[in-house]
Design a binder for this molecule. Sequence first.
Ligand SMILES: [Zn+2]
Ligand SMILES: [Zn+2]
Length: 782
Amino acid sequence: MPVPPVVAPVQPGSVGERVLARAEDRVTHRQVLPDRPARTRAWPDWVPAELRTAYAARGVATPWAHQVETMEIAHGGEHVVVATGTASGKSLAYQVPALTAVLDARRPRDRRGAGVLYLAPTKALAQDQLAGLHGLGVRALAAATYDGDTPRESRAWVRDHAEVVLTNPDMLHRSLLPGHEAWSRFLGVLRYVVVDECHHYRGVFGAHVAHVLRRLRRVCRLYGADPTFVLASATVSEPAVSAGRLVGAPVRAVTDDASPRGPVDLAMWEPPVTPGLGANGAPVRRPAGAEAADVLTDLVLDGVRTLAFARSRRGVETIALSAQRALGEVDPTLRARVAAYRGGYLPEERRALEQRLRSGDLLGLAATNALELGIDISGLDAVVVAGYPGTRAAFWQQVGRAGRGGQRALGVFVGRDDPLDTYLLAHPEALLGAPVEATVFDVENPYVLGPHLCAAAQEAPLTDDDLDAYGPTARDAVDALVGAGLLRRRELAKRPGWYWTDRRRAADLTDIRSAGGAEVRLLEAGTGRVVGTVAAAAAHSQAHPGAVYLHAGETWVVDELDLDDGVAVMHRDEPPHTTSAREVTDIRVLDVREQVRWGAATVATGRVRVTSQVVGYLVRDLASGAVVAEHPLDLPPRELETTAVWWCLPAEVVEEAGITPEALPGAVHAAEHASIGLLPLFATCDRWDIGGVSTALHPDTGMTTVFVHDGHPGGAGFAERGYAVAARWLRSTREAIAQCPCPDGCPSCVQSPKCGNGNHPLDKAAAVAALDALLEQAPPRV
Ligand SMILES: [Zn+2]
Ligand SMILES: [Zn+2]
């Protein structure tokens, strides 16, 4: 966790001082993250001399204290998560105990006596780890990746001889676990499972991976192994809790980062308001990407090595192109010194780019988060973050790239025109001083649990004891699967329990990367090429006929949507407009799981059914944002059963707050939008993972009610988290609205880019009054 920064005067001679001084009106806040000296600790006695020599050759004479703490816990056989900053040497912390086990257990002629399984969220990261392991030069180390690219003829060798197998959760789910008999000798000697970058396993994906790891542990037990898990994570809140949920067993956390860091000057940057008119005549701010391109240009002109992060590939292209153009006007040779990093590069190309940055040949690089996984860049002078990357954990990971050899560095956060970014600009302490958020997922989501129980049953029949590991909802889930004819109880079998009885491969029932539910394939008109997929639920609002669809940074226009075949046909185009769907939504409460009274107000969480229907779409001019046309659509309603958090105000409280019946719909609608915008401050979701419904009078509560619900079937844990932090979350929401200087609502406070109702009605002042009434008797601030 980052040390809360101390507010300090900016020192003359800091990185980028000239650039910041010129933009005083845009820089809303500055402070200095103090430097941190290195703390080292001696190698534990059990580390073989061979490994110490190998690391010494790579410049590690003595490890840092957090590395030793991690390896000691793992070596003692306890599960551990190391959650420290970028470039804090997390790899070494898990490699040392794992390689020690491998070397100590070696049989004659270097035959395998112990196994290590390394899991990364991407193939690229696994390849980087493999290169790092080979670079250590450990005697006869048999390490290999095992993924979709591994040739068939190599697979048997990996199974039978590899001491370290580097793969991903998808391969584990689809290939390794269903075929565990073939892996029995490896699994039988498995000593360590390394789960790298484990903060990526969040939301529905996190729940899937948690189940894959439970299946792995169960299968290992069949072969007499009980491996120790070592997890590595960016700085997140409560790492022991989320790692423990992921593994399904207690995990100890190491969070005290002992790696050295120079001081970092942090600046918060607010783009100016542009005269163009937004939706409903609202003022709009200059795009964060355009501002970031200017900052990058100025820093490069000052010879500052700078990395600019944007949220989308298109944002990255824009930043790189504008910076190249601006630099070219000053000096044509400077153009080539700025590049865009698009991801999907070959390892050689990534190495070349790293080399150009390290040598200073490249002075500026614009990149998406893809850079987080697959390219090793640290030691830059400055990092520009264009738009909040979604989590404080990701923000610190990006800023952590700045700082060469303990030298002074600069981090600039450029806010986008939305409630969360604007709130952070007004409340820098919420970004720079607050602990990072928790990684949230819901292991009990029945839509995720069911298919994994089937997969587990096919791997080995499920016993009563097995079910205990799956939590209190597992028994109902198994009964439902028996009812559906997928599982059958066999009492007299050698292993009494539930058996998989279907002819299909159970692992094919679910794709762990999909958010749940069916998918629609996006096809290119004419060629029929599959461009990508979109969740069926989202297809209605994003891939309807006439929709302008952004995919991987490219703009497409949808020609037709065939829901029966699960296909949308589209063509490349750059129309001068965007589209937004109009949607009518109804929500019913199925089950109240928990609720709390705040005076006369109620806050609750539970299961809901959301019925929504896309009825048309608006066409907006790209430049002005003005609505130029509206078209009806004929699409069927859809249902989503999920988890929600909601708050209710009785009629007399609404009246006492001075909110008229005419103002009430706009008040709750505005409060709903802003609260959806602010929830990502407390849970690792983004506003597209959640939805909301607001109503002046709801039939199930009998009161004025605002719902915020998970966007995935069964829920992903976000609404539940909103309930747990409701008072803090809704206070921030109130402040975000009240402190926005706009007169009647804008994208920085109550307007939403995904509103199904064209951002109408919205009543900013009445929203503040409603939230004040709600919060009047909420638990006090702590
Ligand atoms: Zn506003
Ligand atoms: Zn709305």
